[in-house]
Design a protein around this ligand. Structure first.
Ligand code: FAD
Length: 430
């Protein structure tokens, strides 16, 4: 059976792993990047705590020993369901089964200025761009004579009080209290504020009330100004505008406030549900299609799993479990065995706030952890979830250096030399 998997994130990789080595399946997975990466840790790349290679891994190396898994670099644009073909930016592929595991993309809720001027936090590219921008702005602040202007460079507004927003604002606060004071003597008397803003009435909305309160208290203690019930409506000329008329002057707006899925030409409009996610049945088959499936963040399954009647949260564990089950169901289908519908096994949720500070909620039995123990749990689970031994070792090493030296030394501004690229293009080098 020829299977095309589009997207090599948590969902796609676990589907491919489940089919690896089974000669009944010829699997090609397509991704617009040539590497898998670990989104929960991109904020540590963005804040120069980890190198990009610590949380990413090339697809070709990952499946080098599995003859039935092939990789194709390309971006899927549309589908021709009547011909069983998927159209890429660099060709077409035929399939017996097509699986979308394309995740979600940043949602700016139609705010064009925010899209143009804010710094997103979704991909590894976003993280590297954020690291470079923030480091460059700190250097600009260091030579800026005007104190008002300098404050614009240093103020950071983080929009979105979910785990990403909490983690990144906590990290900035620790950096301001450590690295900034130590390495930027020019800025020792400058005032810089870190704001975390959210439209809801609590940070970490899906977590327990205890986790919400502990997180709010820990962030405030670190000096983060948490503004709840406050929605960003615009961002232009270095001013962040809120729905209640308030404003904050800052060059840095970090956007961690929402995601939505992406639609593909050729898929009927009735096949999409809330947030443009593919509407799927209990076996992750896209409704109104014959042989197209969707797993992970890009799909929504409603009215099937009793504990999640309105759909599952967009989390790594949901994507992993859906990818694993779909592989089993494809194998069962070939052996004419009964298929299993998806039921999410919620293992709990956690967020890190800073050094020795984290919160964790475990559902069965219901338990809440905070402080050092939650922090140690967070480190262990994230370390073990990295895709390769190599990534685990380099990440562990970097964390240990940062923990014991209270510092990290990855703050290099590395970017392509644009003038050279222009020369190469004009001289015909490609
Ligand atoms: C900053 C951040 C922090 C997070 N922290 C946590 C956390 O702590 N815990 C947790 O459980 N979840 C967390 N999440 C959510 C979690 O990362 C997602 O739920 C999970 O990645 C979904 O997996 P997926 O396989 O569906 O999609 P993804 O992991 O997003 O993978 C999608 C893949 O599809 C590829 N792709 C997309 N479109 C195309 C196309 N048209 N053609 C070809 N390839 C394409 C992409 O390159 C990517 O490789 C976080 C997310 C972010 C962004």
């Amino acid at each position: 059976m020829k299977i095309i998997v589009v997207g090599g994130g948590f969902a796609g990789i676990n589907l491919a792993k489940g089919l690896a080595g089974d000669k009944n399946f010829d699997v090609t997975f397509v991704d617009k990047n040539n590497y898998n990466f670990f989104p929960p840790l991109i904020y540590q790349v963005a804040t120069a705590y980890l190198e990009p290679s610590s949380i990413s891994y090339p697809f070709r190396k990952l499946f080098v020993h599995n003859g039935n898994i092939h990789f194709r670099l390309g971006e899927v644009l549309s589908v021709k369901p009547e011909e069983n073909k998927v159209v890429l930016n660099n060709g077409e592929l035929e399939y017996d089964r097509l699986v979308f595991a394309t995740g979600a993309e940043t949602n700016y809720f139609g705010m064009e200025n925010v899209r143009k001027n804010a710094i997103p936090m979704k991909t590894l590219n976003d993280a590297i761009e954020m690291r470079n921008k923030l480091l460059q702005r700190m250097e600009k602040a260091a030579v800026c004579k005007n104190s008002r202007e300098r404050r614009k460079y240093l103020n950071i507004v983080v929009a979105g009080g979910g785990p990403t927003g909490v983690e990144v604002s906590g990290m900035f606060a620790e950096m301001r209290n450590g690295v900034l004071r130590r390495e930027y003597p020019e800025l020792s008397t400058s005032i810089s504020n870190i704001y975390l803003v959210d439209g809801g009435d609590a940070v970490l909305a899906p977590m327990s009330k205890k986790s919400q309160k502990d997180t709010y208290d820990a962030l405030t203690k670190l000096g983060v100004i948490v503004k709840l019930n406050t929605r960003v409506v615009d961002f232009k000329d270095d001013i962040v505008y809120f729905h209640n008329g308030e404003t904050i002057t800052a060059k840095n707006l970090i956007w961690a406030a929402g995601v939505s899925a992406r639609t593909f030409d050729g898929i009927p409009a009735e096949s999409y549900g809330r947030g443009r996610r593919f509407s799927v049945d209990g076996y992750n088959k896209v409704v109104n299609t014959n042989n197209i499936y969707a797993i992970g963040d890009t799909c929504i399954m409603t009215g099937i799993d009793a504990a999640f009647p309105d759909g599952h949260p967009q989390l790594a564990q949901v994507a992993i479990q859906q990818g694993t089950l779909l592989a089993k169901n494809f194998k069962n289908e070939i052996k004419n065995k009964p298929l299993k519908t998806f039921k999410y096994n919620d293992k709990g949720s956690m967020a890190i706030i800073g050094k020795n500070k984290a919160v964790a909620d475990i559902p069965k039995p219901e338990m809440h952890f905070k402080g050092f123990i939650a922090w140690a749990m967070w480190l262990f689970i994230h370390l073990m979830s990295l895709i390769s031994y190599r990534n685990r070792i380099t990440t562990f090493y970097n964390w240990m250096v940062a923990y014991f030296s209270k510092d990290q030394s990855l703050r290099m501004i590395i970017r392509p030399d644009k003038s050279r690229k222009k020369d190469e293009v004009t001289s015909g080098v490609s």
